[in-house]
Structures are given as C-alpha cells and as structure tokens.
Design a protein around this ligand. Structure first.
Ligand SMILES: Cc1cc2nc3c(=O)[nH]c(=O)nc-3n(C[C@H](O)[C@H](O)[C@H](O)COP(=O)(O)O)c2cc1C
Length: 200
C-alpha cells in the first residue's frame, strides 16, 4: 500500500508537518509494509500553471519541473494526504500551484478523454487544514470546492477534512486532543481505504 503525503506549509517542523507525521505514524503502526512518500511543497518549488492550453492537445504538461514526478505519485498512491495552513481563507500558494498544475490531468480526463491517472484503482484523499485565528465566519467555504475538484481530477474519493483553528496562539502539536484525533484519523483513513478496496 502506498501513501502520498504532501505537507502544504512552507514551515517545516510546525503545525502541518507535525500533524501529518502523527497520522503517518499511526498508519505505519497498523500497516508496517506501507510505503510512505512525504513531500514538502517548499522543496518541490512547483511553478504556477501558464494557461498555455497545450495539455488540451497533447497529454501532460509542457513545463518541466517536479510536477511530472508528482503526477506519477498521484497515479500510484492508494491514500493521498494533503495538508495546508489557511491563507486568506484559502490554502497556501505553494499547494494551490500544485493543484492548478493538475490542469494537465483534468484536460487528459475531460478534454482528451484518456485520464493520465488510472481510473480503475481505489484511491482515498484526506485534507488537513490549520488556521491561526480562533473564529472563521466563512469556515472552509473557499477551501473544500478546491479540494473537491482536485481529488476528482485525480480519480480519488475525497473522504473528509480536519480543521484545527487557533494554532498561532495554541500550537496544534501541543494539544493532546488534536494529536489523539490524528492517531484516530490514521486508523479511520486506513479502514476507509480497506473498505473501498474491498479488503474488509
Ligand atoms: C499569508 C498568511 C495568510 C494567513 N491567513 C490566515 C487566515 O485567513 N485565517 C487564519 O485563521 N489564519 C491565517 N494565517 C495563519 C496561518 O493559517 C497559521 O499560521 C498556519 O495555519 C500555521 O501552520 P504551520 O505552522 O504549519 O505553518 C495566515 C498566515 C499567513 C502567513
């Protein structure tokens, strides 16, 4: 089983990073043979989409950077975990650039009608988001439609989100209840995948 984890904050070793590690450890504890690929958006340095439209004529993206490898990871992953800090009620720019570059995948599926991502295999996606403020009048209104379309484009079932607020004053990784939730989530996501794949 392959797990792809994308750490969407430019800050290593902080909230997103530590929450992701807690889930990954929980998954590893239950499924020792799991193959985990953890990637940091700040290391990937993915360029934004140029809207050149080339992907509507020929499958794939004309820009040559780490995105080609990411497309392969999306294809081969069974579970995809994405995290992001909330920035201006949305997600980090680094993560948005990755999602926008999925236009090439979207085009392969909806324009060229030959998805670059295997449609026949079960894949589960889960999204974790942290926010500095305690109150959020708009909640995840600007966030979930982005993730929904992204997961659809890569033929992945969008299982759910986990939203932690107030992390600037009360770091998520110092909150026992949040860490406990992350451990539980590791189990839940794995079980969800197993059910989807007919393993249970
Ligand atoms: C550019 C920027 C925009 C931000 N916008 C918001 C926001 O709209 N709402 C909010 O609650 N926090 C906002 N924050 C705070 C971050 O969400 C918070 O610091 C982050 O979740 C911490 O995650 P990390 O420790 O993994 O980097 C913003 C921070 C930055 C740097």
């Amino acid at each position: 089983m392959k797990v792809l984890a994308i750490m969407g904050s430019p800050r290593k070793g902080k909230n997103n990073d530590m929450l992701l590690d807690t889930i990954l450890n929980s998954i590893k504890q239950q499924e020792a043979s799991v193959e985990i690929t953890k990637l940091y958006v700040s290391d990937l340095a993915i360029a934004p989409c140029l809207a050149c439209d080339a992907c509507t004529r020929r499958a794939g993206c004309v820009q040559k950077d780490g995105m080609a490898e990411l497309y392969q990871h999306f294809d081969s992953a069974d579970i995809i975990l994405m995290t992001s800090p909330m920035y201006f009620n949305s997600i980090s720019g680094q993560l948005k650039a990755i999602i926008d570059r999925n236009q090439a995948i979207w085009s392969s599926k909806y324009v060229l009608k030959q998805s670059l991502i295997d449609k026949s295999k079960p894949r589960v996606g889960y999204f974790i988001i942290t926010a500095g403020a305690e109150e959020h009048p708009y909640g995840l209104q600007a966030v979930t439609p982005i993730l929904d379309l992204f997961f659809k484009s890569i033929n992945t079932v969008y299982m759910d989100n986990y939203f932690v607020n107030g992390v600037d004053e009360r770091p998520a990784f110092q909150r026992a209840e949040v860490l406990q939730d992350m451990e539980g989530l590791g189990r839940e996501i794995l079980n969800y995948y197993r059910r989807l794949a007919g393993w249970l």
